[in-house]
Write a protein that binds this ligand. Structure first.
Ligand SMILES: Cc1cc2nc3c(=O)[nH]c(=O)nc-3n(C[C@H](O)[C@H](O)[C@H](O)COP(=O)(O)OP(=O)(O)OC[C@H]3O[C@@H](n4cnc5c(N)ncnc54)[C@H](O)[C@@H]3O)c2cc1C
Length: 382
């Protein structure tokens, strides 16, 4: 390899979005020479990291194997906001409910038992007393976990980049990377007319991964999602202390929501819900249509009688789905010195600080002390 002087930095992070901003922060925190590239301004609304709030929960319906990562993510959210001196993560508990026997709610229960997570299990009658804002059904399994709440995505991303810069990293924002090439001297990153040479690159480009590294041909699908806000009839019932985040299963689909942030409105959304499938973020229909709102409004009418069932605001976003709904993390197949940090399969934000840490560990040590085998980027070729 060439000597140190011929490198612009030791490490680069391409995509300072939800995951990349935290990898950038982690590398800078460890006193490494790191540069980051972001095509927009960090905290923008064109990728997957916007919409005011993201759910954090530890009792994980998507798989018990995620719990150790979530436990570390929780500590890192706390450490990160203490360092930044602002509130980014709010722990206000989480109510998970769904029909008895449903895979999501049963895995939530398995998680709390396997990892002894602090929680309460409610009968429908007890839950109605504790959370009168929600209409529970008698056949529901209802679990309220302590280590749940929400993070503020735009603020988290902006702050991680700022903290990284404060610690010595260089962030090139409004800098779209046009090519990443590898050779015996590391990695060459092209940004418009300029080129940067680094020893290793972390690619955290979310829904843009396949356009940036088309040779990987990852089996990704982008799925349009819509977030919807409703006015509360009695906003005092939906404050952080009275209304935990909720995640429930209805007709096999996820339905989730948050306490009010502005003292007026409550944000809810359907998870997946058959959103339009596209293959590039530019194809996401950003305009909101009546059909985007109707299904969510029906659920609001059914489960939240204290919300006014007329949407007052809505926003689009997209998931970058993988066939098995697990993340893609690890060295890129057949590309040396390129580490993939995502895509995150539509449920990744809560993990951002631990994924950033894993990214830094992979860049520096080529290994992680957390079990990330299920995220192996090579698994699709087997
Ligand atoms: C509506 C919605 C609700 C969600 N709710 C939750 C939730 O409650 N809890 C949860 O845990 N997760 C949730 N998620 C999922 C989570 O937000 C995503 O998994 C996560 O944000 C993905 O992060 P990322 O870093 O992979 O992508 P992004 O945050 O999109 O980051 C990718 C970045 O790379 C940049 N980039 C791409 N190409 C280039 C290039 N060539 N040059 C420079 N920069 C480039 C992009 O501009 C972008 O900033 C939700 C997602 C959506 C859409």
């Amino acid at each position: 390899m060439a000597d140190d002087k011929s490198f612009d930095a030791d490490y680069a992070v391409v995509g300072l979005g939800s995951m990349g901003s935290f990898a950038f922060w982690q590398l800078a925190k460890r006193n490494k020479r790191v540069i980051g590239f972001e095509q927009y301004t960090p905290g923008h609304d064109q990728g997957a990291g916007h919409g005011e709030t993201r759910i954090f929960r530890t009792a994980y319906g998507e798989g018990v194997e995620y719990v150790p990562l979530l436990q570390q993510a929780r500590s890192l959210w706390q450490e990160f906001q203490t360092e930044a001196g602002i509130e980014i993560y709010t722990e206000n508990k989480g109510t998970m409910f769904g029909p008895i026997g449903d895979a999501f709610i049963e895995t939530v229960e398995e998680s709390v038992h396997t990892y002894k997570l602090p929680h309460k299990k409610f009968s429908a009658e007890e839950a109605k007393q504790a959370y009168p804002q929600i209409k529970f059904k008698d056949n529901h399994k209802i679990i309220c976990e302590e280590y749940a709440g929400f993070v503020r995505p735009e603020l988290a991303i902006e702050t991680a980049v700022k903290q990284g810069v404060k610690l010595g990293g260089t962030a090139y924002t409004e800098h779209p990377v046009t090519a990443i090439e590898t050779d015996e001297n590391g990695v060459l990153i092209s940004v418009n007319e300029k080129q940067f040479r680094v020893k290793k690159v972390i690619v955290s480009a979310g829904g843009w991964t396949n356009s940036l590294l088309p040779q990987l041909n990852l089996p990704l699908e982008l799925e349009r999602q819509v977030l919807v806000w409703y006015d509360a009839k009695k906003p005092e019932l939906f404050t952080q202390d009275k209304f935990p985040i909720f995640s429930r299963v209805v007709n096999g689909e996820g339905f989730y929501g948050f306490p009010t942030l502005d003292g007026k409105t409550v944000k809810v959304a359907i998870h997946h819900g058959g959103g339009d499938i596209i293959h590039h973020p530019n194809e996401v229909e950003r305009e909101i249509h009546q059909r985007d709102l109707d299904k969510v409004t029906e659920l609001v009418k059914e489960y939240f009688p204290d919300l006014k069932p007329e949407p007052v605001k809505a926003k689009t976003c997209f998931y970058t789905n993988t066939p098995d709904e697990h993340f893609i993390i690890g060295e890129a197949p057949s590309l040396s010195n390129v580490i993939l940090l995502g895509p995150m399969a539509g449920h990744g934000f809560k993990f951002a600080p631990v994924i950033g840490k894993i990214g830094a560990d992979l860049a520096l040590e080529e290994t992680s002390d957390l079990d990330i085998a299920i995220f192996d980027p090579n698994r699709f070729n087997k």
